[in-house]
Design a protein around this ligand. Sequence first.
Ligand code: DC
Length: 253
Amino acid sequence: MIVTIDGPAGTGKSTVAHLLAHRLGLEFLDTGAMYRALTLVVLEAGGDPTDASSVEALVSEADVRFDFEQDPPTLCLNGRAVGDAIRSTRVTNTVSVVAGHTPVRHAMVQAQRAIAAAHPHLVTEGRDQGSYVFPEADLKFYLDASVDIRAARRAEQLRAKGELVDLFRLRDEIEKRDRNDRSRPIGALVKPVDALVLDTGPLTVAEVVDCLETWARERMGTARDDTYSRARASCEVDTEGRRQVEVSAGVRA
Ligand code: DC
């Protein structure tokens, strides 16, 4: 069973995917961490992230893998756990450029498919997972939220880490990343046509996970109607024929 979660930065994909994987008894793959690790390689080597051939040369030597014995799986780069080094502001502001190079994408897509072959019961998140990497996934979700909401969430995370925050700058950075992520030739950020779309703006993380779990259990035929109220999660078709999930606050009955 492969469940994909696509969507732009700041929609909580990683947190939601990890929690959903737990609830469904599946494993969890954070593909953004893989692109972040390659970005760290480029930055640590003093490479130019915009130069495709030097990026390709640097990352072709990198060994990126996960330790699935840990929960969540820890990313190991050339045999060492990278920890929070891949979450620095520098990496965050550069990763979209590195992830835009076609050879980088080819390598990561191949690696992600190999991981799924070895771990076939997976919730995998990242902006191209349902649309490109796993077109035949059993279940696809697309998480969305306005730029303002995503910037506010990112600001909160940074403040919690004790960092100073310029909300306007943060908003600009998110918009720039969105533009980069949407315009790349391979693996561009798009809503998969067969994905269930959820606007996470008005929802807490728990509410988002409740909603996705409800849908996943329905699809898996293990719906727990005694615990979850379907009435509060309704699925409609939007003007472009996509299924749209609308959730009123709180799915759990
Ligand atoms: O989800 P995240 O913020 O950790 O992702 C970091 C970057 O990696 C983001 O700018 C886009 C890129 N990315 C990608 O291009 N494809 C993926 N499957 C996952 C992430």
